[in-house]
Design a protein around this ligand. Structure first.
Ligand SMILES: [Ca+2]
Length: 488
């Protein structure tokens, strides 16, 4: 059976069952004054820490455009990614459900994204949206690129800058004797700069921002979903040029360069807001801003006030707690904070609610708009769960955890004893209080076991799906889906 045929049957079954979104689509839509479809832009930053942008308390990196976005929207101060790091996080976002539901128990690069359930892009496309992807992909099998997963367009990968010996010597002088230089620039090939159509060297995230402006401009007259996943602020940020680093208050160390990359992200947010305003789309566009996992501490990323992050910190809150902002003027209140528990699985459900088409049944997320409007109160998710125990994954990334109210229940592997932390009183997780709260440990463990019982077992990834064509074509401009790969 062809993929399209299977998809049609899945869709038919969904509609026949009369599926409705879990969280009152009708209520949220009834508050809107304009009956037309809203655009959705998801800005998903790589390794951006909880404490690395102004709206979340960062003092040393100016982020005026993100400050404005938070002012024109609601920031979520207890937002998580359920499946760290890059690849599982992006997969679960795109599927709107825990990665374990399709076998993703860790990094598991090459694991196919399921074809019997709509991706977010596929759902939006079927709901009449034009769908675009820019930047990092890192999900699915080698043969499943954005154009096979419901995106109409993906921006092509421009060629990378190759340093001359003289340029490399200059860079070394600027960044010092960084081990990152040796690790990432072995072939003198830049990870942060590309060569653009004009044959000029350009910071890749800035180039991607130009593609974002181009996408919005070309599709201003039709509803669109844009998934913007820039390279920044992933390691190494050491190539960040003085034009970026000089705009921060960090003057030395690895954070200086990471700060420059954060400034670049903020610049692109500014360009997005500008192009939306130019075309009268600001109040017709939901912007969701977040990160694929917590701070990169090796690069000076910050999880403040929490501890942990990428690298050695993957056992702590800062690895999975990320900044998140929702902005849709006229629908979502501006300048507010939502402190309830929410997560990246909610992006799909929230976007789906805006289409008026019933959301698919496989989602674990909820429509956040009623929570952000205050129509619903409390945590959007009473419990969230983490189970990273893929035996082929790096041991340091193994993680078992549960969040409930202010509590974080944690253990490294399933045979370990649970530890319990009160994040309200102890955000740095210095004091294990499991012995004093046996009842809470029991309650959270019981919920974890119930959730785990709903998951399929882990299986190795078949060799056959690990090879295939490059998922993002090289060149300039946009690659577009053909009828055979994307239907319609
Ligand atoms: Ca990442």
């Amino acid at each position: 059976m062809s993929m399209d045929r299977k998809r049609f049957l899945t869709l038919s079954a969904t509609f026949a069952a009369g599926a409705v979104c879990k969280a009152s689509v009708g209520t949220a839509l009834s508050k809107m004054s304009v009956p037309e479809k809203r655009n959705v832009v998801i800005l998903f930053i790589d390794d951006l820490g909880y404490g690395d942008i102004g709206p979340f308390g960062c003092k040393d990196i100016p982020t005026p455009h993100l400050d404005r976005l938070a002012n024109e929207g609601t920031k979520c101060t207890t937002s998580y990614i359920t499946n760290p790091p890059c690849s599982p996080s992006r997969s679960s976002l795109m599927m709107g459900c825990y990665g374990q539901r399709f076998g993703k128990y860790g990094m598991a690069r090459g694991l196919p994204i399921p074809e019997d359930r709509q991706t977010l892009a596929r759902f939006m496309k079927d709901a009449g949206y034009v769908t675009g992807h820019i930047g990092k992909w890192d999900l699915g099998s080698k043969a499943q690129g954005p154009l096979n997963a419901g995106f109409d367009e993906t921006r092509k990968d421009a060629p990378r800058r190759i340093y001359t010996d003289a340029e490399l010597a200059e860079l070394k002088k600027r960044v010092g004797d960084s081990p990152m230089l040796k690790k990432y620039l072995k072939k003198k090939q830049s990870t942060d700069f590309i060569i653009n159509q004009e044959n000029k060297v350009q910071w890749e995230t800035d180039y991607d921002g130009s593609m974002m402006v181009d996408f919005v401009t070309r599709h201003k007259d039709q509803p669109f979903l844009l998934y913007f996943a820039p390279h920044a602020v992933h390691s190494p940020s050491i190539e960040a040029p003085p034009e970026l680093t000089d705009r921060t208050r960090v003057s030395s160390g690895p954070r200086k360069f990471l700060a420059g990359a954060v400034v670049s992200v903020d610049d692109q947010v500014g360009r997005l807001l500008q192009v939306l305003e130019k075309h009268g789309l600001r109040e017709k566009t939901l912007i969701i801003f977040s990160s694929d996992n917590g701070a990169n501490e090796d690069d000076g990323g910050s999880s403040t006030p929490y501890s942990g992050g990428k690298g050695e910190g993957t056992q702590k809150e800062g690895w999975v707690r990320v900044p998140a902002i929702y902005s849709l003027p006229g629908v979502i209140p501006g300048g507010k904070t939502y402190a309830g528990i929410t997560c990246s699985l909610d992006f799909y459900a929230t976007a789906a609610a805006l289409t008026g088409v019933p959301a698919p049944k496989h989602l674990d997320g909820v429509d956040m708009i009623p929570y952000l409007q205050g129509q619903r109160t409390g945590d959007a998710h009473e419990f969230l769960f983490w189970l990273n125990n893929d035996p082929t994954d790096e041991k340091r990334r193994h993680l078992v955890a549960v969040r409930w109210k202010d509590w974080r229940l944690y253990r490294y592997k399933e045979t370990d004893t649970w530890q319990l932390f009160d994040l309200a009183k102890d955000p740095q997780e210095m004091h294990d209080v499991a012995a004093e709260h046996r009842d809470i440990v029991k309650l959270m463990e019981t919920e974890f076991m119930k959730w785990k019982a709903t998951l399929p077992p882990w299986k190795p990834i078949p060799e056959s799906v690990r090879t295939g064509e490059p998922v993002i074509p090289e060149g300039y401009g946009w690659a577009t889906a053909s009828r055979s790969t994307a239907g319609k």
